[in-house]
Write a protein that binds this ligand. Sequence first.
Ligand code: ZN
Length: 185
Amino acid sequence: MSGASETSTRVCDHEGCPEAGKFRAPKSPDILDDYFWFCQTHVREYNLKWNFFDGTSEAELRAQQDSDKVWERPTQSFKKSAEERAWARLGVDDPHQVLGANATQNPGKGGGATRRLPPTERRAVDILEAKDNWSKPEIRKAYKALIKVLHPDMNGGDRSQEEQLAEVVWAWDQIKESRNFRDKT
Ligand SMILES: [Zn+2]
């Protein structure tokens, strides 16, 4: 069951956007049967915003995901990225990641490698402009600083850096779940 297809002629619910509203998104976590309809750009923006600012902790999201799994998705892996989980909560299946962060990855800048990290974590460190001997709290600080610059809700509405924002979100997700970084400074 995918929420990502709709053939009607409705228009994107984002104010002033003339694109077709092909992607649905629940209006609130509590009202899952009442939807906004957005174009691809705006459903993605909405989803990311919800993920960051609804105050739902990662632990709560996981608990939610697990209970979903019991009923609907027994075969899904735990190893989903935050963005994938966010899409899943909106009922959007994105198996080819056309919407997700991985679709917008650029190769890492490389350089400065001082120890062996999996390529994904190496890239994540580059994206977050961190060093690979930093602790998670230190890298988290760098992540937060980047979010402030990149997120339209926090930078005065500039949406031009949405793709970089998605990369940064992806990157922190790699570090956060990694055992290659210390939990304490
Ligand atoms: Zn739109």
